[in-house]
Design a protein around this ligand. Sequence first.
Ligand code: NI
Length: 228
Amino acid sequence: MFLAIPAVLNEEQLATVRASLNSEQAPWVDGRVSAGHQGAQVKNNQQLEESSAMARELRDFVLTRLERHALFISAVLPNKVYPPMFNRYGEGMEFGTHVDGTVRTIPGSAQKLRTDLSATLFLSDPQNYEGGELVVESDFSCRTAKLAAGDMIVYSSTSRHRVNAVTRGRRLASVFWIQSLIRDDDRRAQLFELDGTIQRLTQRGADAESLVRLTAHYHGLLRAWAEI
Ligand code: NI
């Protein structure tokens, strides 16, 4: 999966988040505190101290937006969402090629989360920094994302990926992981397609009986495949 999810945050919400992150009180620490052994070798960025009051407030703010985002729910089918983290790349900072760890412990709890999907929510306007692209490798190609502020990219956590060096300006982003109800990428993609088709038919006024049958089919597959 490599999917752009637009408008997770609107201009006003972005302004709120940026005002906190750009304030003098923002507790930025070395990003290596949350990296695994391999990641720490190639990670050079800063992140908001995860246990700080500001980090808690901002991640709740982002989580609330995600819970209401229909495309996110349909495409990702979230089971558990890791509390969003916030990072900052100044000039010369980058995160070299790595893979995200498969299992993470949710901070402040004993709960574990399997990382099926990785998410990057872009918080800086792309014209305000050079470099800083997220590059995700798949079997046959590399895909690059440098999205508008407020937009988010979601990709399979099994992918090798990197963040190119920022050569001008500053790049703010929020990153987190999702354990999906549907572990398998292909099955999840099929459900997403089916859900989209049901919505399309609904908008076009398809007959009610067909819609009920198709919806029952969707839920039948979800019941068969979901891991809760
Ligand atoms: Ni990563």
